[in-house]
Every structure is written in structure tokens, then in C-alpha cells.
Design a protein around this ligand. Structure first.
Ligand code: MG
Length: 211
């Protein structure tokens, strides 16, 4: 399903890097300390959104009492400390490899901070697959729209020559802004029901991209 494209633009968290359970666990620690209702893996996938500030508001955090910048940093500090408890999605290396063999270019476009993104891509030995690795210059996962527009210009690919592969509605919004196609994978940070709303292909497993 990807053979017609010249370039694949990958999301990182929840698409290549399987960090859903860790994200929920850390958030439940913060919610518990504030006597707020805890997440289940089902409710998480219905509530998580980007910008993540909106997700925190949905969970009941009161930014008048505790600014988002403070609580968001608590979550991120814990995530940074524990991120290597996570791993890559099953089969992702084979998928990256197959796409490379097809002669299709690949990049990463992530709302994660550039510094950590570079560190993790190197840790997992993935740099050889990607021509561009674009992350944010801060830790607050606000939006990657502007990064996407910048990336598509640098890639120099035309309309429908690139496809964004991601796990959230935000990936779809970014793809639209970039005039790129979008394929969503439903085993990341949002539920399949939410991902089906925009009407783009939704896969249960990233391996289906190349089979
Ligand atoms: Mg993601």
C-alpha cells in the first residue's frame, strides 16, 4: 500500500516507539497524587490528544493551581528517566527495512524534543533508515504542524508523493497541512474509533504497511 509513494514520514511515539503503557503509568502516578480519576488503557486512548496540554485539562488538572508547564515537566522528567523500559513495536525494523529496499525515502516528524529524539534513534540503531529527523525544540508536545510544513519543503516532494504514518488525529491534521496522504495505526495512543473519523486508511498493525 505504500509502493506509490516517494517518501514516508513517520511519527515516533506510539508508531515506531511503543511507549503507551509507560505514558499511562506515569500519568496515573500524577493523577493519584492529586486525587483525580485514574486512566485505564481504554479510557487513555479516548482522552489522549495533542497538544498534550488539552489532554491534561481533560484529565482534570487545574492549571490555576498548578501550571501546565510544572505538571507537564513532572511527567516528562519521569518519562525521560524510564523511557528505555519501552521498546520498538514488533516488526517495525522489518517494515523500515522493506521500505528502504523499495527505494522509498523515510523521515521522522515528531512532537518529541529534537535532542531526545536523536538520542533514541541512535540508541536503537535506526539512523540509517532516515534522511530527516525532525523534532521540537521543547518538551511540551504542542504541535508539529510547522515542523511538517518545513519538512515537506525540504523534501521537495509533490502532492500525494508523501504519506504520513502515525497513531493520532494530530498526524492526520499535519498530513493535511502538508498536502500529504495519511495512514493511521490503531495500536498507539488513540482508539481505532477516533482514528477512523477522518476517513483515511487505519491499520491494526504497522506490518500491514508492507504486506
Ligand atoms: Mg504518536
Amino acid at each position: 500500500m505504500i509502493k506509490s509513494y516517494k517518501h514516508i514520514i513517520w511519527d515516533w511515539n506510539g508508531t515506531i516507539f511503543c511507549d503507551v503503557d509507560l505514558g499511562i503509568e506515569i500519568m496515573n502516578g500524577l493523577l493519584h497524587q492529586r486525587n483525580l480519576p485514574l486512566l485505564t488503557s481504554l479510557s487513555y486512548r479516548d482522552l489522549f490528544t495533542i497538544p498534550v496540554k488539552d489532554y491534561y485539562a481533560r484529565l482534570g488538572f487545574d492549571f490555576a493551581k498548578e501550571p501546565f508547564e510544572i505538571v507537564g515537566k513532572l511527567w516528562m522528567d519521569e518519562y525521560e528517566r524510564r523511557k528505555f523500559e519501552c521498546g520498538l513495536y514488533d516488526g517495525i525494523l522489518g517494515v523500515l527495512d522493506s521500505i528502504q529496499r523499495l527505494g522509498i525515502g523515510q523521515s521522522i516528524l515528531s512532537a518529541y524534543s529534537q535532542h531526545t529524539l536523536d538520542q533514541m534513534v541512535d540508541h536503537y540503531g535506526l539512523r540509517k533508515y532516515f534522511t530527516h529527523i525532525a523534532g521540537l525544540d521543547n518538551i511540551y508536545a504542542a504541535s508539529k504542524l510547522h515542523l511538517g510544513q518545513d519538512l515537506i519543503e525540504r523534501l521537495g516532494v509533490g502532492k500525494q508523493e508523501a504519506v504520513v504514518v502515525g497513531d493520532t488525529e494530530h498526524d492526520y491534521e499535519v498530513a493535511r497541512a502538508m498536502n500529504a496522504d495519511c495512514i493511521l495505526i490503531a495500536n498507539g495512543h488513540q482508539s481505532k474509533t477516533r482514528l477512523q473519523a477522518p476517513g483515511v486508511p487505519v491499520l491494526d498493525d504497522v506490518r500491514s504497511l508492507v504486506h
